[in-house]
Design a protein around this ligand. Structure first.
Ligand SMILES: [Zn+2]
Length: 106
């Protein structure tokens, strides 16, 4: 459990939170220009299309900065910009709320 406020899903963000509960990372993709969209929105920020589809992605990536996520199972001196990371699904309220964390991809 955490002392931080828990996310409050809205109709727009519910698919993202439901995917995390199933230990998947789902984000929106624009059907017209194929732009990947995160955070969930009503329209594509590139071409303004309202035709968006939720798709499952690996969630893996590269650490670009030290903001906007929580890194787990790492010592401070292991964290490097440019390191490969993978998702960790933190079931803080099992069956109800799962948060997306990241750790090193080894
Ligand atoms: Zn678009």
């Amino acid at each position: 459990m955490t002392d931080k406020p828990l996310p409050q899903p809205t109709p727009r963000t519910q698919p993202f939170w439901d995917a995390l509960k199933a230990h998947r990372v789902d984000i929106q993709q624009c059907d017209d220009c194929q732009h990947w969209i995160f955070f969930p929105r009503l329209h594509c920020p590139r071409c303004f299309s309202h035709s968006l589809t939720w798709k499952t992605v690996s969630g893996e990536g590269e650490l670009l900065t030290y903001l906007n996520t929580t890194l787990v199972s790492l010592e401070e001196d292991e964290i490097q910009v440019g390191m490969r990371v993978r998702p960790v699904f933190d079931d803080i309220v099992p069956g109800e709320t799962t948060l997306l964390r990241y750790t090193a991809k080894r």
